[in-house]
Design a protein. Structure first.
Length: 168
């Protein structure tokens, strides 16, 4: 009987380890709306609204963003993998290569791309969810040959938000 239990125990240990690796990570799924009063944009013009529809099924993360400003509306859809795998997205400025990974409870997204005038751009976003699940803080750090800036943006659930939860 103990010979039959050994493979079963090994399989159980493997599944428990895989489950524990993703346990407790925030799931950002839902619709989030920028809170302009609690956001800063540094050198960039402040948008009127930013709405992000996020679908997270680790390791896949899809974000549909609508941004409105005085110069009009922009939309974008991007895909990331939270396991560190590289993804390529097509942005208004061209292709962008990204790596997303977990740093504790923080999701980090590092993206390299070309900006206006063929300038190399490195952007790092750090996503943090408040303990009550009601504030998503995205701290963006942008570096180019012309300088760098860091700015936090805070979003709250829109009235149509699906529940935000911890995975596991």
């Amino acid at each position: 009987m103990s010979r039959r239990l050994t493979p079963l125990l090994l399989l159980s240990a493997l599944f428990a380890g895989a489950f524990a690796a993703s346990e407790g990570k925030p799931n950002f799924s839902g619709e989030w709306q920028m809170d302009a009063a609690k956001s800063e944009f540094g050198k960039f013009p402040v948008p009127t609204t930013i709405i992000r529809n996020i679908v997270q099924k680790d390791p896949d993360l899809t974000i549909d963003t609508t941004q409105r400003a005085s110069n009009g509306e922009q939309t974008a859809r991007v895909h990331y993998r939270t396991d560190g795998g590289e993804t390529t997205n097509r942005l208004a400025s061209g292709p962008a290569a990204s790596h997303a990974f977990w740093d504790g409870q923080t999701l980090v997204i590092r993206t390299t791309m070309k900006g206006k005038g063929d300038i190399d751009v490195l952007m790092e976003e750090r996503w943090d969810l408040s303990p009550d699940g009601k504030t998503l803080t995205t701290t963006s750090h942008v570096e180019t040959s012309k300088g760098s800036t860091t700015y936090p943006s805070r979003s709250t659930p829109s009235p149509r938000l699906s529940s935000v939860r911890l995975t596991g």
